[in-house]
Design a protein around this ligand. Sequence first.
Ligand code: NDP
Ligand code: OXD
Length: 310
Amino acid sequence: MTKILVATARAGDTQRGQKLMSGAFPDFEVVAWAPGRSSVGAKYAIVWSPPAEALREEGGLQAVFNLGAGVDHLLALPGLAEIPIYRLEDAGMARQMSEYVIHALASISRGFDFYDHEQARGQWVPLAGIRYDEWPVGVMGLGKLGMHVANSVAALGYPVAGWARSPKTMPGIEVHHGRGQFVQFLNRTRVLVNLLPLTSDTRGIINAELIHGLKPQAIVINIARGAHVVDADLLAALDSGKVQAAILDVFNEEPLPAGHPYWAHPRVRITPHVAAITLEAEARSQIVTRISQLERGESADGLVQREAGY
Ligand code: NDP
Ligand code: OXD
C-alpha cells in the first residue's frame, strides 16, 4: 500500500494530522512519524516544521506537502533538494490575514486602543473623525495573502500600495516592484504590512534603512517571519518615536523568550504566531486534490520555486 508520512514539530500535532489525513486517503496508509522511527518507505510526506530526521531516511519520497504557506524552514532542511515541495495557497489564511491587519490598523487609526485606556480611566473623550489620507498603507508581498490584505484594506478607503518582485496590475492599488521602486514605495507608506516570504533577499529587510524611508509616526505590522526584522533597529525606532507602534505576530525566536524587550514595550503589541492559522478542512482538501493530481500523472498547484526561495 502506498504510504504517506505525517511529521510535525509536536507529537500531538502529528497525531492529529495523521487522523485528519487517514480519513481523507482511504486507499493509502497514513503513518505518524515518531522520534527514533526508521524509514516507513513513504511516497509522500505531509509536514509542518518537521525535525530533519523525520525525512532523512525516506529515500523514496516523490513530493512533500507543507501544512502552511511559508516554506523557509523546509528549504533549510538537508536532503530535500531534489524533492518537489508543495505549499498551501491561501487555504483560508488570506481572510484571517486581512482581519488581523484591519484590527491592528483600526486600533490605532480609529483610536480604539485610546478608547480602551479612556474606559479604564472612566473618561468619555471622542476623537475627531478619521482622515484616511493620513494612513497610507504599504503591503510588502502581493502573493496569495498580501493581495487579499491590500484589497481588503483598500475597500475600507485607505490609500494602499503594494510591493512585489514582479510587476502586476491591481485596480485601486498602487503597485511597485523590485529594488528599483522600493524607496518610492516606502516614502509614501506610513503603515507597513509585511507579507513577504523569508528568502535570502528578504531576511532582515525591516531594518534601520527601511524604517528611515517610511513616513513619520509609522506603524509596522509584521505577520510574515520574525527573521525579516532586525530587532535592534525596530526597537531603536520605537524608542525614538519614528515608529509609533509595532504589531508583531512572528519573531526571530519563537516562543518569544521571557524578558525580551518587546514583551513590555509600550508601543508593541504581540500575538503568538496566530495571524492566520491553517484551517484543517481547507488544508486537507488542497492536499487531497494535489496528491490525486500527481497520482494521475498531472501537475499540481502550489509547487515551490526553489530558485526564488518561495
Ligand atoms: P506568496 O508566495 O503567494 O507571495 C509572496 C509575495 O512576496 C509575492 O508577491 C512575491 O512577488 C513577493 N516577493 C517575494 N520575494 C520578494 C522580493 N525579494 N522582493 C519583493 N517582493 C518579493 O506567499 P503567501 O502570500 O502565501 O505568504 C507570504 C508569507 O506569509 C509566507 O511566506 C509566510 O512566511 C507568511 N505567513 C505567516 C503566517 C502567520 O500566521 N504569521 C501564516 C501564513 C503565512 P511576486 O508576486 O513577484 O512573486
Ligand atoms: C505559514 C505559517 O507559513 O503558519 O503558514 O506561518
